[in-house]
Design a protein around this ligand. Structure first.
Ligand code: GUN
Ligand code: FE
Length: 456
């Protein structure tokens, strides 16, 4: 059964410069090749590959072959070590397209809407990151918590302090995790202790891009917090970085909350809409990600789709902070790239299974039914596409980095009981997404290395 190596995510366990030799993984395997859409019929679409008795041949941390077990076994060199996960489901690692690592310790803090929550909880929590030792400790915990929840790639907010990004990238590097992150740019409407300037934020971000962009599995994201906490001069500076570094995306928030939208209207009276503020500063660009987008209008949505800007759907956060209900069906119809965002600490769980459960319910209230196949697509390949990482991760196409997780159908007594009556793959996926959480993640592998194994 599972490899006898670490049962905790272990610091330093995955030096990315030491690729493992060939290895075979056996088990039921599912991965996506395209959007399966909202239908439940698993047999009706070529959008995914499903092998009841499947195999992965991994070489140097990358997928060599994914297919039926007999076929994969026959292609493997003699004496290739095998890890047997039969009885469980192997899927690509989850991609969290919006999360704040400095808010790990204020998850589940009750604010009265976004702006109050930021003042009372988020800003004081982020102040603690003045201290590099705090950033380092939280960064390590955060990376391990991602792995425990089956998330193997994330797009992450740091704090205003440049060393918060160094600490996070350092922790990701030790584990071999693929991560994107950036230093928050924030020069107004925030406490003095978290304020930078247009010039210092430009200089610090540029230095971080030069230090980290494309180093191993790491990528930088230009990170203006949101239009309310940046002066027009700072948004100009962010736009200048976006032009100077064409491969570096922008990561921010948009149209999350009605009071926030009203504040943006006051601060930028010349602007047609909230999204237009970013657009006018050159901040909509392919593979950039904006979280929430609940209050975008039709013109905004068209602009997002045309520019290749992705939207991070953050349903637990939108419910918890009372922000509103995203019309996911409309967003998908308009052709916008969508990823799933935990948005911890506004969001209430690191688990993308729990996030999908909330997403299903929110979408339902807006007359759209996310199918279980589509849910797993959104949390894997669609997230990878949102981040422009579809050549590297998101499914098990040959050459992709072997980031995958193992789902346990018997993670809890109730899940086991309910799974026993499930007839189809789609039904089983639905049970994992509605009843599952971190307990359902039996193991997480990064570049073919076991980095998390749930104690049995
Ligand atoms: N908008 C600006 N900052 C934040 C944040 O930290 N969390 C959320 N949910 N929305 C924001
Ligand atoms: Fe957020």
């Amino acid at each position: 059964m599972p490899a006898p190596t670490p049962n905790r995510a272990t610091k330093g366990a995955a030096a990315p410069d030491m690729p493992p030799g060939p290895q075979l993984i056996r088990g039921e395997i599912l991965h996506f090749l395209a959007d399966p859409g909202p239908g439940w019929n698993a047999d009706a679409t070529p959008a995914f590959a499903h092998h009841e008795d499947g195999g992965l041949l991994i070489m140097a941390g990358r997928v060599q072959i994914c297919g039926a077990w007999d076929e994969v076994r026959a292609a493997a060199p003699p004496a290739t070590p095998l890890t047997d996960h039969r009885g469980r489901l192997i899927v690509p690692g989850f991609v969290d397209t919006h999360v704040h690592y400095p808010q790990t310790d204020i998850i589940a803090s009750p604010g009265h809407g976004l702006l109050d929550w930021l003042e009372r909880f988020a800003f004081p929590a982020e102040r603690r990151f003045e201290e590099p030792a705090v950033a380092q400790e939280v960064a390590g915990y955060f990376c391990d918590e991602l792995l425990r929840n089956g998330t193997t790639t994330a797009l992450v907010f740091g704090t205003v302090h440049p060393h918060s990004v160094d600490a996070l990238f350092g922790a990701a590097q030790e584990r071999g995790l693929r991560l994107m992150a950036g230093k928050v740019m924030m020069d107004r409407n925030c406490p003095d202790f978290l304020r930078d300037t247009a010039q210092s934020s430009y200089d610090d971000s540029k230095r971080l891009i030069e230090r980290w962009q494309g180093v191993g599995r790491l990528g930088y994201a230009i990170t203006p917090r949101f239009a309310a906490t940046s002066s027009p001069e700072q948004l100009e500076a962010a736009g200048a970085l976006a032009r100077e570094f064409p491969a570096v995306p922008v990561h921010s928030h948009v149209a999350e909350n009605t009071a926030e939208v009203a504040l943006i209207r006051e601060l930028y009276p010349w602007s047609r809409s909230y999204l237009d503020v970013y657009d006018r500063h050159g901040l909509l660009k392919a593979h950039s990600v904006y979280a929430h987008g609940i209050y975008l209008d039709a013109q905004d949505r068209r602009r997002m789709a045309d520019s290749g800007t992705a939207l991070a759907f953050c349903p637990t956060s939108n419910l918890f902070l009372g922000s509103g209900l995203l019309d996911l069906g409309q967003v998908l119809d308009d052709g916008i790239r969508v990823g799933i965002g935990s948005d911890v600490g506004g969001g209430t769980s690191f688990s993308l299974l729990r996030t999908l459960a909330a997403g299903y319910q929110v979408a339902h209230l807006k007359d759209y039914r996310i199918s279980p196949l589509q849910a797993f697509y959104l949390a894997t390949l669609s997230g990878a596409c949102a981040l422009g990482l579809e050549q590297q991760i998101g499914n098990f196409a040959p050459g992709k980095e072997a980031d995958f997780i193992v789902l346990d159908p018997a993670a809890t007594p109730l899940l086991a009981r309910r799974m026993a009556t499930a007839q189809s793959l789609a039904e089983r996926l639905f049970l994992w997404m509605i009843l599952g959480d971190d307990r359902a993640i039996a193991a997480s592998y990064v570049m073919g290395r076991l980095l998390w194994q749930r104690p049995s």
